[in-house]
Design a binder for this molecule. Structure first.
Ligand SMILES: [Zn+2]
Length: 269
């Protein structure tokens, strides 16, 4: 299923596999002035492609290679015969079938391999807007965000989800996440609106990023102090987060507070 929301000149396209008429998990793509940012998952690829017949899509940019961001690349690239740009690492990763956990296969499914991705440059221009392409690893390798400094728009992919994340995946690295968020703040002094992939549009984006950076730095300090006092990682997790929440089992043990504690302990921030 698809929901459309407008914000200024930006069209948000929220997509979810539906089971029994109910959405399973929303992921958002954005359409701005001929550019489509991300393409959702495989389950919604046909629906998105049909919807885009009404839009004048000139090209696509992927924020990263995950299956809920590139799922309709193959169909859209071939249907509209348009270019799909991404970070060079993402261009390579999109050519391969990813390894998915059962929860990912159920919620998003396998994307079709996409062979024709084009490495993105430092800037992307549409007719009316100009976007800085900022390399922002941390959620995964090859992650980029798009920043329109005149409008203050920042399309953040999966770099930013909330101000106070409680769980991360094992491959996520909070040192890189903090550095990436600081890179965005240092690129512009303007106020920011964050367009996130979970569908949240955050109007006080500058302070939201600063709050997240502050939270992760404080967490790292706290974790290191407790570890030096001799507490094991699992005990620190229980002390700070009260154990794992339901998302831990729902994601085949991938999203965990213990991952966050480990990354906070190893962090250099
Ligand atoms: Zn992702």
């Amino acid at each position: 299923m698809i929901e459309i929301h407008k914000y200024q000149e930006v069209t948000q396209i929220k997509m979810s596999r539906d089971i029994g008429g109910k959405p399973l998990y929303w992921v958002a793509a954005y359409f701005i002035d001929g550019m489509l940012v991300d393409t959702g998952c495989d389950y919604t690829s046909k629906e998105l492609c049909d919807l885009l017949q009404k839009y004048d899509v000139e090209f696509v940019v992927n924020t990263h290679y995950h299956e809920d961001h590139v799922g309709a690349n193959y169909l859209i690239g071939n249907t509209f015969n348009i270019n799909i740009f991404a970070h060079p690492k993402t261009v390579c990763l999109m050519k391969q079938k990813p390894e998915l956990y059962p929860y990912q296969e159920m919620v998003w499914g396998y994307p079709k391999n996409y062979e024709n991705g084009i490495p993105v440059g430092d800037k992307i221009n549409t007719l009316n807007f100009s976007f800085d392409v900022i390399e922002t690893p941390g959620h995964c390798d090859g992650h980029i965000v798009l920043l329109e400094t005149n409008k203050g728009w920042c399309f953040t992919g999966d770099l930013f989800v909330s101000e106070n994340p409680k769980v991360i995946r094992p491959e996520e690295d909070i040192t890189q996440i903090v550095n990436s968020m600081e890179r965005i703040l240092n690129t512009t002094k303007s106020d920011l609106v964050l367009f996130t992939s979970i569908g949240r549009i955050v109007e006080n984006g500058r302070s939201a990023l600063a709050e997240c950076i502050n939270y992760l730095k404080n967490l790292s300090r706290e974790v290191k102090e407790l570890y030096q006092k001799g507490y094991p990682i699992s005990t620190i997790r229980d002390m700070l987060f009260g154990g794992e929440g339901p998302i831990y089992q729902r994601t085949n043990n991938q999203f965990s507070s213990e991952n966050l504690i480990k990354s906070a302990l190893a962090a250099n921030i």
